[in-house]
Design a protein around this ligand. Structure first.
Ligand code: C2O
Ligand code: CU
Ligand code: CU
Length: 563
């Protein structure tokens, strides 16, 4: 009975004129050209909506890249805005990563070149200009990246793009009365897949592979099928799992990818829907009935309760099952990739990150802070020695869950609220949802390959409004030479390099609460409550200094020479 009611709700609320699902064209290496452009899209004919895209007016081509191949991408910015393009999920050097420091001015090009080191998986590209990420993504710039490798090729998986393998970029957008796209909005009530509203698609009656991306600014999806059938999750952000995980639902946070196999071999002539079962989302995530925890949480999120998608099931994609292709794939492999997880105990350091709100209690609009700080382009929050294995431990004391994303690495989740992750979260990921109300998550990752003393990697909440408002930080991977002349660890503190001339790195066994710098005469030259692990000392005169680092119950002083 409940199921029938649900299907009725889906059919009656969301049946409307249908549009064939757009399938983005593909581009492949070694030379890729992406032209960022302003344009218009008719989401609601006859109205024209101003949009942005890569090689078109909305979204961008799917890049299909071979592992170990060398590629050169020319990004030509024909927008009137400055922007950047980031390769979300890919392990590339900071100079190629496209974070907020790698700006592309209008009328100029940017040419990252790198070897594809990632395992087979789905990544994506999107703009990342500080405070403008939501604007550029919401207006339309985003594209999928599919990495192929030999291991995947040996597995008898669907690999024919647009035939038995389909990219599905899930997004919701908000529109004003003139049908223009809203930025930093909670009125994101229009659902689209690959930029198509009310999409319908033909899938062949065989094993079909869905490469799903949550490309939304804020919204979570609880993905499943209208008949509650079981599907196989075969991969997550960082690529294939070791074995398929059979599920009826998969929860996707902004930025996350899912590699899904669904067996349609006995469904010829049938019609099924891909659905977001948003009524099943837990409270205190964006998209649920109750957006936050604590008194006043619902009322204070502007526009939230008026959004018909929140807490209600809705259709993502209408699927008609049609004839098989030649040589269809009809089975799902029982084993997939091989990799060895990083284990707790191998870490060099654990870093504690707290999420707090700068707004009033129960306020869901933020701004939100990481370790009580808002993003500052000039502050390096962490300096990580090359090859470090690190545990990052999060505590979210805000009333809403935040999808945390880190650049450069893929991590293994150790625990969520103290419990080991379920099988579908045991693979490699670069986004993890940190639950609200003092929820905790720990992950472990290794920072290999790319040291750079000047260009940082980012970490941030992937709710783009939160990111734009400063829920972001940055880290540098230190070159090995910087680590050599390190002060010995005394009282839980070591600093390096010594002598130093630009950046002084501070390593502690405790949480930093206060930093005081004294010159040789004992005069305080800097006193800071910032809990940073790197100080920019380039403005100091040459000479000997004392640095005093205070924790809750610790107070250590060391000497260093400014060159
Ligand atoms: Cu998907 Cu830092 O980004
Ligand atoms: Cu990223
Ligand atoms: Cu957030």
């Amino acid at each position: 009975m409940k199921k029938l009611l649900l299907l009725f709700l889906i059919a009656s609320t969301f049946a409307s004129a249908q549009n064939p699902l757009a399938i983005p064209p593909t581009l492949t290496g070694p030379n890729i050209n992406l032209t960022l452009q302003d344009g218009t899209t008719q989401f609601f004919p006859p109205a024209f909506t101003n949009t942005m895209g890569a090689n078109g007016s909305l979204l961008g081509p799917t890049l299909i890249l071979q592992k170990d191949s060398f590629i050169s991408i020319t990004v030509d910015n024909q927008l009137t805005d400055t922007t950047t393009i980031h390769w979300h999920g890919m392990h590339v050097a900071p100079i190629n990563d496209g974070g907020p420091h790698s700006v592309i001015a209008p009328g100029t090009t940017w040419n990252p070149q790198f070897t594809v080191m990632d395992k087979a998986g789905a990544n994506w590209y999107h703009p990342h200009l500080h405070m403008q990420t939501d604007k550029h993504v919401s207006k339309g710039i985003a594209g999928m990246i599919l990495v192929r490798d030999a291991e995947e090729a040996s597995l008898n998986l669907p690999l024919t793009y647009g035939v038995d393998e389909f990219p599905l970029v899930l997004q919701t957008k908000g529109f004003d009365a003139a049908k223009q796209i809203l930025v930093h909005t909670e009125s994101d009530s229009t659902v689209m897949v690959n930029g198509t509203i009310d999409p319908v698609v033909d899938f062949p009656a065989q094993v079909v592979r869905l490469r799903v991306l949550n490309g939304s600014s804020q919204r979570l999806y609880e993905v499943g099928f209208s008949d509650n059938r079981t599907f196989s999750l075969i991969g997550t952000d960082g690529g294939l799992l070791t074995a398929p995980v059979n599920l009826t639902r998969y929860r996707m946070s902004p930025g996350q990818r899912a590699d899904i196999l669904v067996d349609l071999s006995s469904d010829l002539g049938q019609n099924i829907q891909l659905v977001s079962y948003a009524s099943e989302l837990p409270n205190a995530v964006y998209g649920a009935t109750q957006p936050g925890m604590g008194a006043g949480a619902t009322a204070s999120l502007v526009g939230y309760t008026s959004n018909p998608l929140n807490g209600n099931d809705f259709q993502l994609l209408d699927i008609n099952v049609v004839a098989q292709t030649a040589n269809p794939i009809l089975t799902i492999p029982s084993t997939l990739a091989s990799y060895s997880p990083l284990l707790e105990g191998t870490e060099n350091i654990t870093r504690n990150l707290t999420f707090t709100s700068a707004g009033p209690m129960g306020d869901l609009t933020g701004p939100f802070l990481i370790n009580n700080a808002t993003f500052d382009m000039a502050v390096i929050n962490y300096t990580i020695p090359l090859n470090n294995i690190e545990i990052w431990s999060f505590t979210n004391s805000t009333p809403i869950a935040h999808p945390f994303h880190i650049h450069d690495v893929q991590f293994f989740i150790l625990d969520i609220n103290g419990n080991p992750p379920p099988p579908e979260l045991q693979g490699l990921n670069d986004v993890v949802l940190v639950p609200a109300g003092n929820g905790t998550v720990r992950f472990i990752a290794q920072f290999n390959d790319f040291a750079d003393d000047s260009i940082p990697f980012m970490y941030h909440c992937h709710m783009l409004t939160h990111e734009d408002m400063g829920m972001m930080g940055q880290f540098i991977i230190a070159t090995p030479t910087g680590i050599d002349n390190k002060n010995p660890n005394i009282g839980g503190l070591s600093i390096y390099p010594n002598p130093a001339n630009e950046l002084l790195n501070i390593e502690t066994d405790f949480q930093i609460e206060k930093i005081i710098l004294y010159d040789a005469t004992g005069k305080v030259v800097l006193s800071s409550n910032q809990k940073v692990n790197t100080l920019n000392i380039s403005a100091l005169n040459k000479g000997l200094y004392l640095i005093n680092i205070q924790g809750f119950e610790t107070n250590v002083t060391q000497r260093f020479l400014k060159q």
